[in-house]
Design a protein around this ligand. Structure first.
Ligand SMILES: Nc1ncnc2c1ncn2[C@@H]1O[C@H](COP(=O)(O)OP(=O)(O)OP(=O)(O)O)[C@@H](O)[C@H]1O
Ligand SMILES: [Mg+2]
Length: 339
């Protein structure tokens, strides 16, 4: 197999406050190839954004965070790069779309100028060429009348249009990897769907790898090649989306899937949800399996932390659970997962 575009190995992020250090992200490993979509899911606070920001090198100079492991991008270890080299990677190698477009768009500058900024810094283009490419990008992300909108300010755009402008900005220098962190949370359902479809289409146009962080398992089912489920800062299950959806191995994954509307068509009662809440990582990850306090399948072995299991079928479906593979499916078939 060709080298992956990005290869994250044993990523750890620790939060340092005074004398105290707590682990926010622990031993997270995954790869994304060109053209591939990896979706990262998990409840709020499980470390999705910190993982994405670490790949972008956005917390590398923040003293509160101490990072370990390796982030290989096109074979280079991003953690070993200088700040200037990392800025170059952020400009041209990896693009990121954030949840709130206003974190990336400056309200004081015209949209077109902001989209052109990366090109001005990183590409050898004339001003006329930058403007032409900006118009093309605006058209590609579905902004009507780019020639009249290019000189608008962000406040003249609707929420959906601002998010489209952010996508144009992230794509300006044709990155090889796009990271989208819940890019549609602030939008209405119809616009959400349009934006996600747009991102998936542009992924193909540009031949990029895509890491999409989302709460929407329906979207995952539609566009992901692989899924990584995070819990309490750890990867608890990762694999091809079909395999994980068909036979989840971690009770947390099974719980998330059971709460998916599409999996419960025709049910009129409230959808099942996972009891309890995730641990607050700043207070320390619980001993042993972090999901144990919420798990209906916990047994004595769960007092020790399980490692990501080896995968029998060789398709890269791994889980961090002591239950023997297949146990969950048997219990689920017997109806024991349904509460
Ligand atoms: N700057 C920070 N200082 C201290 N703790 C932080 C900081 N940023 C994040 N955390 C903690 O790290 C953990 C993971 O946060 P993160 O933002 O990655 O979660 P998330 O999975 O993206 O959640 P959400 O779905 O709500 O976006 C949380 O417990 C959070 O409180
Ligand atoms: Mg987040």
């Amino acid at each position: 197999m060709a080298d992956p575009l990005v290869d994250v190995r044993n990523l750890g992020v620790r939060l340092v406050t005074g004398q105290r250090e707590t682990s926010l992200v622990d031993d997270v490993s995954f790869t994304v190839a060109r053209g591939e979509v990896l979706c990262i899911v998990g409840e709020s606070g499980c470390g999705k954004t910190i993982t994405a920001r670490s790949i972008m090198g956005l917390n590398r100079n923040d003293r509160r965070f101490s990072l370990s492991g390796q982030i290989l991008f096109q074979g280079r270890d991003l953690m070993a790069l200088s700040d200037a080299e990392m800025r170059g990677i952020r400009g041209t190698g990896i693009g990121m779309i954030f949840q709130d477009p206003m974190t990336s768009l400056n309200p004081l500058h015209r949209i077109g100028r902001q989209i052109g900024e990366g090109m001005r810094l990183h590409m050898k283009l004339s001003e006329a060429e930058i403007r032409e490419r900006t118009l093309l990008l605006l058209a590609q992300v579905g902004i009507p009348n780019p020639r009249t909108r290019i000189d608008d300010y962000p406040h003249q755009f609707s929420g959906g249009m601002r998010q489209r402008a952010m996508i144009a900005l992230a794509l300006a220098c044709s990155p090889a990897l796009l990271i989208a962190d819940e890019p549609t949370t602030a939008l209405d359902v119809t616009t959400q769907k349009q934006i996600l479809t747009l991102i998936a289409r542009l992924k193909d146009t540009y031949g990029m790898g895509l890491i999409l962080i989302t709460h929407d398992l329906g979207i995952v089912a539609e566009i992901a090649d692989r899924i990584m489920v995070m819990y309490a800062g750890q990867c608890v299950e990762v694999g091809p989306v079909r395999s994980v959806f068909r036979s989840p191995r971690h009770p947390y994954t099974a719980g998330l899937l059971a709460s998916m509307p599409a999996a419960n068509r025709g049910r009129t009662e409230r959808l099942p949800s996972i009891r309890g809440t995730p641990p607050l990582l700043a207070e320390g990850r619980p001993q042993g399996c972090a999901f144990q306090p919420r798990c209906d399948f916990a047994f004595d072995r769960c007092a020790a932390m399980p490692l990501l299991s080896a995968d029998d079928a060789g398709e890269g479906h791994l889980d961090r659970c002591w239950l023997p593979s297949g146990r969950l499916a048997q219990r689920d078939a017997a109806g024991e997962m349904r509460r």
